[in-house]
Design a protein around this ligand. Structure first.
Ligand code: ATP
Ligand code: MG
Length: 561
């Protein structure tokens, strides 16, 4: 492809509205352009990468017996009503006005619709059906470029099986295929929610990459691979030793002290001996939660523990329930269920609120003074805390979800009555799995992980072109004819070449080549030609090699693997 005729609108400056590296580089390298918030066009260079990623996914899906579909994006609203997902998706779902249609945000309903009509017997299964198709989601805050679009490409696969055991097999195949796909794309990823060993543990795994642009916060152990969303992550923390002697409780006047920091400053004590109180309402019942110092209550863990509806108490309720406002609440004299975080287990000589405004109590011994207290892990894990599975330390960081594999079970087959007959002629709902990958997210995440200050650094698998050929001076006939010759020779040998044949300054061409990021640059210039040589630059390392023209082909063969 000759760059003089190819539409690659590169930008020198960082576009005003882009803050995430991959977004900036995809715009600057002319891969994409925004049409409206969360809606992007892929331009020719970007589309080549999109096709390469899609092809890798396709090959690995075909390798596990997947059959490629192409389902419509437009679908009757009725079918989404039957599964209850018009309500479940809420504002995310795009509706077509005047017609009872929606734009599919995913395709479980449509797949189940087809399954219902054609998969009638146990003999018709197992099935692995997939597609690489556009999805529509009215994401409230589309940002970070194609990482969160309102229209995006997803590889979605669905499995149909007769039993949960068979689903485990299908799930295992996808787990392996996903690892192959992300490995082939050259991504540094980790898996959250993985059950160790036997499949069937959690029923769901998320494939993630670490990124500042991520919206999920995860705890990860680089040693054993433990990874979990902070909403559920656990850690080993040193218990705080109980002091030898318990003091008696005593009331302290603490005027205007409302927070743990203010209390520590006022009494000149460490936050580790303060029990912070938070009141929650669980289906109408009052629960007091005690956390150490400034530790925040992990409401996901709390909701999982209590079940039902859990919400923080309103300020007016607090006064009525405890007799005090938020800053002065504590366990002594509190009526209702009391749960403390594990870190506070059996502690003594603690400080907490007195359930009387502007007063705190010291010398609290949980064992002696609050015998009914329950201890549960209710913290958010923090970086540097011990991994729950090994002796390494956890790191907490933000990450982006690349893909998700999920054991659906019979939720959709029951709702849409996709039933099959077993050997005995008995009817059962089909057991389903669902498996998604964000195709654009693979590209953006790859760029997040593979770039430098000059631009993108592609690998062989994803690069839009194998080689970026640069003719330094298009006014020099020898340079032009020699570059043309090399271009044709490389092209005929089967390489994908982007040939910068523009009449532009060398510096400008070099900058563009580094920005676009093809793994190998071949530079044809007057000076080197006089010695029957050209220059090869390896984009990743910046290494430059002088190569004899006669050995160029063999050198390229060696480099483009
Ligand atoms: P997220 O939590 O990031 O919104 P999700 O849980 O909604 O993701 P799924 O419904 O499991 O995602 O979709 C499967 C895959 O599709 C995701 O793993 C992700 O790679 C991709 N994806 C989801 N939403 C978007 C989006 N708005 N833009 C681009 N890719 C997306
Ligand atoms: Mg989402």
């Amino acid at each position: 492809m000759k760059l003089s005729k190819y539409f690659v609108p590169t930008l020198k400056e960082v576009p005003a509205d882009a803050t995430v590296t991959s977004h900036i580089l995809m715009l600057r390298s002319g891969m994409i352009r925004m049409v409206s918030a969360g809606i992007y066009s892929f331009l020719p260079l970007g589309y080549r990468v999109l096709q390469k990623v899609s092809q890798i996914i396709r090959e690995e899906m075909n390798a596990i017996g997947g059959q490629e579909f192409h389902l419509p994006a437009l679908s009757p609203k009725e079918i989404w009503e039957e599964t209850g997902r018009v309500e479940a998706f809420g504002d995310i779902l795009f509706h077509i006005k005047n017609r009872e249609y929606v734009l599919a945000p995913t395709h479980e309903e449509i797949i189940t619709f087809h399954a219902k009509n054609v998969v009638k017997s146990y003999k018709d299964m197992p099935q692995i059906w997939y597609q690489i198709q556009t999805k529509f989601r009215n994401e409230p805050r589309p940002r970070s470029g194609v990482i969160r679009g309102r229209q995006f490409l997803m590889k979605d696969a669905y499995t149909l099986d007769v039993s949960y055991e068979a689903l485990d097999v299908a799930y295992g195949l996808h787990d392996k295929a996903y690892r192959k796909i992300f490995d082939r794309c050259g991504l540094d990823y980790f898996v959250v929610g993985a059950s160790s060993g036997a499949m069937g543990g959690t029923g769901s795994e998320e494939f993630m990459v670490r990124s500042d642009a991520g919206e999920d916060t995860v705890a990860h152990c680089s040693s054993c691979g433990y990874a979990a969303n902070v909403e559920v992550a656990e850690s080993k923390v040193k218990p705080i030793e109980r002091e030898k002697e318990s003091k008696s409780t005593y009331e302290i006047s603490t005027p205007n002290v409302k927070s743990i920091d203010e209390l520590c400053k006022f009494l000149i004590i460490d936050e580790s001996i303060c029990a912070k109180s938070r009141v929650y309402i669980n289906d109408g019942k009052v629960v007091l939660i005690l956390m150490q110092g400034n530790d925040e209550v992990n409401e996901s863990k709390l909701t999982k523990l209590l079940g039902g509806n859990v919400r923080p108490g309103h300020p007016e309720e607090l006064l009525e329930i405890t007799g005090a406002d938020a800053g002065s609440i504590g366990p002594i004299g509190f009526k209702g269920r009391i749960i403390a975080d594990l870190k506070l287990k059996d502690r003594n000589n603690l400080f907490s609120g007195a359930n009387k405004n502007d007063y705190h109590i010291g010398g609290i011994d949980f064992k002696r003074d609050v015998p009914s207290i329950e201890y549960v892990d209710l913290r958010f894990v923090k970086s540097g805390e011990g991994c729950p599975n090994c002796n390494n330390k956890l790191e907490v960081f933000t990450a982006i979800e690349l893909g998700h594999i999920f054991k659906l079970g019979t939720k959709y087959s029951e709702a849409l009555k996709a039933l099959y007959l077993d050997e005995k002629g008995e009817e059962h709902p089909i057991v389903m799995g669902s498996y998604g990958i964000g195709v654009e997210r693979i590209i953006a995440c790859y760029i997040e992980q593979n770039h430098d200050e000059k631009g993108i650094i592609w690998n062989k698998a994803l690069t839009p072109f194998d080689i970026h050929l640069i003719a330094l001076n298009m006014k020099n006939e020898t340079v032009v004819s020699s570059a043309e010759g090399i271009y044709n020779e490389l092209k005929n040998a089967g390489y994908e070449i982007l040939f910068d044949d523009r009449d532009a300054a060398a510096g400008f061409k070099f900058n563009d080549a580094d920005l676009l990021g093809m793994p190998i640059q071949i530079v044809i210039g007057e000076k080197k030609l006089k010695e029957n040589k050209c220059e090869i630059k390896i984009r990743k390392t910046g290494e430059r090699l002088d190569v004899e023209l006669k050995s160029l082909m063999s050198k390229v063969k060696e480099l483009v693997l």
